[in-house]
Design a protein around this ligand. Structure first.
Ligand SMILES: [Mg+2]
Length: 368
């Protein structure tokens, strides 16, 4: 049951409403979907979708270009051998974790289908039936941010991520205070700057919000800048964009820099890489999220599947893009958010989705 052929599809997933982060806006990302077919005709699906060219050092067209090298490198392999498959991809191409992630996720889905078990079970088993989700309050006026925070909490959301950065910091400080004023007991607040503040701004915001219980997520651009502000701020530091691999996560845990992580499947390279980071974070009692920056049901199912295997005490939850683009590849089994929790797909083995290659249109590339 080796990998016989790989199909690549391109599917637009445009934001249905304005989605603003510091220095970037999500417009119409084109998701890359891969269908990995084995010698018995079983199909595993993977996906990678970058939110915006400014957010990550990669590009959706680049994902598909990387597959020109990566896909031929894994033909003939057993999809259950994810370690050797990742080694083959790393030998063939340095970097380009997003294309590797798409193929890696497809191999986990296909392995589950070959074995008749879920990816959750392959990852070690669920520690929760559904996964708490966090939701974004985009960059907006203080009044609008507070109104969005109220609405989301009315919908059952208990974890809010307020975007900040890319504007005068007095506006960020006003939004933080406005949202903090409407927080219900038990709601967790993280202020995510997506690398947008200078070190001086991060310190000023932390001091101006000293009375507010919150985390500061990726306040500055680099790990060195975060280390610089660490001793000058009182709020916990969550690292997202600078957590690029197992080595960087290990370094920031052992140095005491990171109080937790926002982790993206495609930045790390897929479920195999994420599994290793998960084991490190859980062993060191370090909170982490399991999600991605954008994407459809496939990457969401992968993120929720891994998210369900976390120790609930150290889960920062999952983020799903579909409320922001309203697209489902599997209308029945695609992960849904109900009362702030994401459901696990229940459509059968693998990722639990029921998908057909034909629904994604004509492939943009075929490797066999
Ligand atoms: Mg983040």
């Amino acid at each position: 049951m080796h990998i016989r052929e790989i199909y690549v599809y391109a599917t637009p997933l445009g934001a249905k409403t304005t989605y603003n982060m510091s220095n970037s806006t999500v417009e119409t990302p084109v998701s890359t979907i891969v269908a990995v077919v084995d010698s018995d005709g079983l199909v595993g699906f993977g996906e990678a979708c970058l939110a915006s060219p400014q957010f990550q050092p990669a590009h959706n067209s680049g994902v598909r270009a990387s597959l020109e090298i990566l896909a031929p490198a894994i033909l003939g392999h057993d999809p259950k051998h994810v370690t050797t498959i990742n080694a083959a991809m790393n030998r063939a191409l340095t970097g380009h974790t997003e294309g590797k992630a798409a193929l890696d996720i497809a191999c986990w889905d296909l392995a589950g289908k070959q074995l008749g078990v879920s990816v959750v079970d392959l990852l070690g088993g669920a520690q929760m039936d559904d996964v708490v989700t966090y939701h974004v309050v985009g960059i907006s006026s203080a009044d609008d941010a507070a109104a969005t925070a109220r609405r989301l909490q009315d919908e059952g959301v208990t974890r809010l991520q307020l975007k900040a950065g890319g504007r005068p910091i007095h506006e960020d400080i006003a939004s933080i205070h406005a949202v903090a004023d409407v927080l219900l007991p038990g709601t967790d607040l993280a202020v995510d700057t997506n690398r947008g503040w200078s070190t001086t701004e991060a310190v000023q915001v932390s001091q101006a919000c000293s009375s507010i219980t919150m985390s500061l997520e990726q306040s500055c651009a680099t790990e060195a800048e975060l280390a610089h502000v660490k001793s000058q701020i009182q709020h916990p530091i969550i690292v997202d964009e600078n957590a690029t691999d197992l080595g960087s996560v290990a370094r920031m845990i052992s140095s005491g820099l990171a109080n937790g992580f926002g982790l993206k499947l495609t930045r790390l390279g897929g479920l195999t890489a994420m599994r290793a980071v998960r084991d490190l974070c859980m062993a060191t009692r370090t909170p982490m999220s399991s999600d991605d920056a954008w994407g459809g049901d496939i990457v969401a199912a992968a993120g929720v599947s891994l998210g369900a295997t976390l120790d609930p005490q150290f889960s920062r939850g999952a983020w799903l893009a579909h409320p922001y683009h309203d697209t489902h590849y599997d209308e029945t089994n695609g992960p849904r958010i109900i009362d702030g929790f994401a459901t696990l797909p229940a459509g059968g083995p693998g990722l639990g989705l029921v998908l057909e290659t034909a629904q994604f249109g004509d492939p943009v590339a075929v490797y066999r």
